[in-house]
Design a protein around this ligand. Structure first.
Ligand SMILES: C[S@@+](CC[C@H](N)C(=O)[O-])C[C@H]1O[C@@H](n2cnc3c(N)ncnc32)[C@H](O)[C@@H]1O
Length: 285
C-alpha cells in the first residue's frame, strides 16, 4: 500500500501535533456478522455505478522521487499520492495511507501503534463521493464539505466549478488538505470547524461528507448542520461504507420526512471490493 523509494526526513510544514480522539470518535472496523445489507433502509432506491480505484493509482509522487513527509508529534509520516483520472482531469491527492479494503481498515484501526488522525488517511468513501460529484456536475453550486480530511471530493468539486468551503476539526488534516488544493491548482475556502462548536450560518446548495457518520454521539450535531445550513431546495450527499453506526441518522431523517436515496459504488481492487453508498437526502415538499 505504501509507496517505496527514498523518503525525505524533514517535514514540509513544521511538526504538527497529532493526538488521540475520544474513544467513540472513530470508525469501527466492519463486523461482517452485523453489517446490514443496503436494503435495510426500505425507503432507499439502489443505483448502480461502476467505479474502481485501481491499486496502481496509488503511486509515489510523480513530481519527485522523494515523497514528502508529514512531520508530526507522532513522527515523520511519509505521504503517498493517489491519482484520480476522470473525464480528462487528473487530481493528485497526498495522504498517509489509503484505506481501500476491509483489511486495510482493520489494520489501520487495530491500534498497535499510536492512533493517527483519521483525516490524514484517504478513505474509500472520499473516492466514491468524488466520482459522484463529477458524474452529477456541480458548476456554480455553493458546496460545504464536512470532515474533509485530505480533501479529494471538495477539490474535485472546486475544479469542476463549484464554490467550495472545506472544513475539518483536525489541524493536521487541514494542512494536508491545503497542500492538496494547491497541488491541484484550486483555491477552495478551507477552515477549521468542529461540528460540536458550529458557528457557520451560511446556506449551501450542497452539503457533502465522506465517512462522517461513524460516531453516533455526533449525529445530533451533524443533524443540526444539515437542518440549518442546507439552502431551500438543496441536497446532502453523504458517502458511507454502510457502517451500522451511520444508518440510524439516515433512518431518522427519512422518518422526519427527508427523501433518501443512494447510489452504490465499489471501491478497490483487492477482493472483496468495498461497497460505498452515496446517500442523497433532500427535504420533501
Ligand atoms: C473517517 S475520516 C474521513 C476523512 C475524509 N472525508 C475521507 O473520506 O478521506 C472522518 C473525518 O471527520 C473529521 N471529524 C471527526 N469529528 C469531527 C468534528 N467533530 N468536527 C469536524 N470534523 C470532524 C475527522 O477529522 C476526519 O477528517
Amino acid at each position: 500500500m505504501r509507496s517505496s523509494g527514498p523518503r525525505r526526513r524533514s517535514g514540509l510544514w513544521g511538526r504538527l501535533p497529532v493526538g488521540y480522539g475520544a474513544p467513540d470518535d472513530r470508525p469501527r472496523a466492519p463486523d461482517p456478522a452485523r453489517k446490514p445489507s443496503p436494503p435495510a433502509l426500505p425507503c432507499l432506491r439502489r443505483g448502480a455505478a461502476p467505479v474502481k480505484a485501481p491499486s496502481a493509482a496509488l503511486a509515489g509522487s510523480a513530481a519527485s522521487s522523494t515523497p514528502p513527509v508529514l512531520a508530526t508529534t507522532a513522527g515523520d509520516l511519509p505521504l503517498e499520492e493517489y491519482r484520480l483520472a476522470l473525464d480528462g482531469h487528473t487530481w493528485a491527492i497526498l495522504h498517509t495511507g489509503a484505506i481501500l479494503s476491509d483489511e486495510d481498515e482493520e489494520r489501520f484501526l487495530r491500534g498497535d501503534q499510536p492512533r493517527l488522525p483519521y483525516g490524514i488517511a484517504l478513505w474509500p468513501a472520499a473516492i466514491a463521493l468524488a466520482h459522484e460529484l463529477a458524474a452529477r456536475g456541480v458548476r456554480g453550486q455553493r458546496l460545504l464539505e464536512l470532515g474533509a480530511g485530505t480533501g479529494l471530493p471538495g477539490i474535485v468539486a472546486a475544479a469542476l466549478g463549484a464554490h467550495v468551503v472545506q472544513t475539518d476539526k483536525n489541524a493536521a488534516a487541514l494542512v494536508v488538505c491545503r497542500k492538496n488544493a494547491e497541488r491541484n491548482a484550486v483555491a477552495p475556502e478551507q477552515r477549521a470547524a468542529d461540528w460540536t462548536a458550529w458557528s457557520d450560518t451560511a446556506r449551501y446548495d450542497l452539503i457533502v461528507g465522506a465517512d462522517i457518520l461513524y460516531a453516533e454521539s455526533l449525529h445530533p450535531q451533524l443533524r443540526h448542520i444539515f437542518d440549518t445550513n442546507l439552502a431551500p431546495g438543496g441536497r446532502l450527499l453523504i458517502a458511507d461504507p454502510f457502517r451500522p453506526a451511520s444508518l440510524p441518522l439516515l433512518e431518522a431523517m427519512a422518518a422526519d420526512g427527508w427523501s433518501v436515496a443512494f447510489n452504490k459504488w465499489t471501491v478497490g481492487v483487492v477482493p472483496p471490493p468495498r461497497p460505498i453508498g452515496v446517500f442523497e437526502l433532500t427535504r420533501r415538499g
